[in-house]
Design a protein around this ligand. Structure first.
Ligand code: GLU
Ligand code: MG
Length: 449
């Protein structure tokens, strides 16, 4: 079995160690991504792979309330006592760099049961809830990011051409290395392009299960970071890396199917939407005001999430509408993976496991309640008199909303909402009085891997 392909569970840990040794692996890192959206990990020598699986590596419960800087937002229930473990599955191990392999970790109790604060387990449970309803889930991810110089400043100062062949070919050695490293890591990259923003890059991933895609988002960030470093660059996953610059999105695409086929095509609703498909999109839109805190809740998120930025700052949907929170993509030959709903307002400060759990969970909630799909907004919402106003995306407002939301507690659990609110309130206290220039500079590398 080539390294980088998912295992079938039949390979012994000893065989897996031998196989990885054959690829030059010396060290294995297992990571978890926390409510602040930061990915943290522990390393073991390859011979301890079995221990990383069976016993896990110890982490303090405070890992879930570590902040975007070195702060810790202790809560009444998350303090200095107790211990959790990060456990990895040897079948998930991927090559990320010379001598180094990575696997996504689950946060568990000592006994091995999922910890209440494990975002990856929450997403797996949400996906299982879809399966209980007879639904198959596919999620695709887009990663926008900004190339930086090694010192964390701008990578280039000359004029930029959005999607320009010059701006991308100037980085051809990096891009070829990126494609090669991603293949080696087993990633299914669909497309790479330089984006609208200065030094901005985008990588999109083929659809997969929700957990596999959230894992791939983290793996892609790691691969981007490691590859960039070989070319004298760094990568920012900040929603807004420089004051006034174009923002970085972390859009997710969702499609659902039951025994009869896709929910977003083949029906008699708009663009072929079936009744359950309409309710799924309605559920996502209905829950948006409560869930912005998980999709785009950081101290710099509101700088991006504004009308005019193609970030989806209005709670509506529309066919191929880049200003709608939900951009609907219909089933056409131009959409090889079929019809899907893209949630544009997610940014890379969001934990991708939690964002996917909220997106999928709110779609299921819409189906369970047979929610009515609002009218399509077919143009820029600011030009449509009947469109809703832009969402209130200011950090205090979105954190207040998620803190008091029954929907957020239902979809994300009170424990995870509590930790998320704690780390984002720390950001309000720490960065709230700083200027956008100071905050964007302070957080430029906060979500990099
Ligand atoms: N950069 C935009 C964002 O912040 C998205 C641009 C696009 O439509 O790809 O979400
Ligand atoms: Mg884009």
């Amino acid at each position: 079995m080539p390294v980088g392909e998912a295992g079938d569970g039949q390979v012994s840990i000893e065989d897996r160690i031998e196989e990885l040794r054959g690829h030059g692996v010396e060290l294995v890192v297992g990571s978890v991504t926390d409510p602040a959206g930061v990915t943290r990990g522990k390393y073991v020598p390859l011979r301890r792979l079995g221990d990383f699986h069976r016993s896990g590596m110890g982490v303090s419960p405070s890992w879930s309330v570590f902040c975007v800087d070195t702060g810790i937002a202790f809560t009444p229930t998350i303090g200095v006592a107790g211990d959790l473990r990060i456990r990895i599955d040897p079948a998930d191990v991927r090559l990320i760099d010379d001598g180094l392999a990575w696997a996504p970790g689950n946060l568990t109790e000592q006994q091995g049961t999922p910890a209440a604060l494990c975002a990856r387990s929450l997403l797996a449970r949400t996906e299982a809830a879809a399966a209980e309803r007879g639904l198959t889930v596919r999620v695709g991810g887009e990663l926008e990011c900004t190339m930086l110089a090694a010192d964390g400043g701008p990578a280039t100062t000359e004029p930029w051409s959005p999607y320009g062949i010059r701006t991308s070919l100037d980085r051809s050695a990096f891009l070829v290395d990126l494609a090669t490293t991603a293949e080696r890591a087993g990633l299914s990259i669909e497309q790479i392009h330089t984006e609208y923003g200065h030094d901005q890059l985008e990588v999109s991933l083929a659809p997969d299960t929700a957990v596999a895609t959230a894992d791939s988002v983290i793996l892609t960030r790691i691969v981007l970071g490691r590859t960039a470093a070989r070319h004298g660059l760094r990568i920012s996953f900040s929603p807004v890396p420089f004051e006034g610059a174009a923002g970085n999105g972390a859009h997710l695409h969702l499609s659902l199917a039951d025994a009869e086929g896709p929910l977003f095509s083949g029906g008699d609703g708009p663009y072929g939407l079936r009744a359950a498909g309409k309710s799924a999109i309605a559920g996502v839109i209905d829950a948006l005001p409560d869930l912005i805190g998980v999709y785009a809740g950081s101290a710099v998120s509101a700088l991006r999430l504004k009308p005019g930025n193609w970030a989806g700052a209005t709670a509506c949907w529309g066919l191929e509408n880049r200003e709608a929170a939900v951009r609907f993509i219909a089933a056409t030959p131009g959409s090889p993976h079929g019809a899907n709903a893209e949630l544009k307002l997610i940014d890379p400060s969001a934990n991708p496991y939690l964002a996917a759990a909220a997106f999928l969970g709110s779609a299921l909630r819409g189906i369970d309640r047979s929610l009515e799909l609002p009218d399509e907004v077919a143009d820029n919402p600011s030009n449509v008199a009947t469109a809703p106003p832009p969402l209130d995306t200011e950090q205090t407002a979105v954190i207040d909303a998620i803190e008091h939301s029954a929907t957020a507690a239902e979809l994300l659990t009170p424990e995870i909402v509590g930790a998320l609110v704690a780390v984002r309130r720390y950001e309000i206290a720490t960065f709230g009085d700083l200027s956008p220039a100071e905050t964007t500079a302070a957080l430029r590398l906060a979500w990099s891997c």
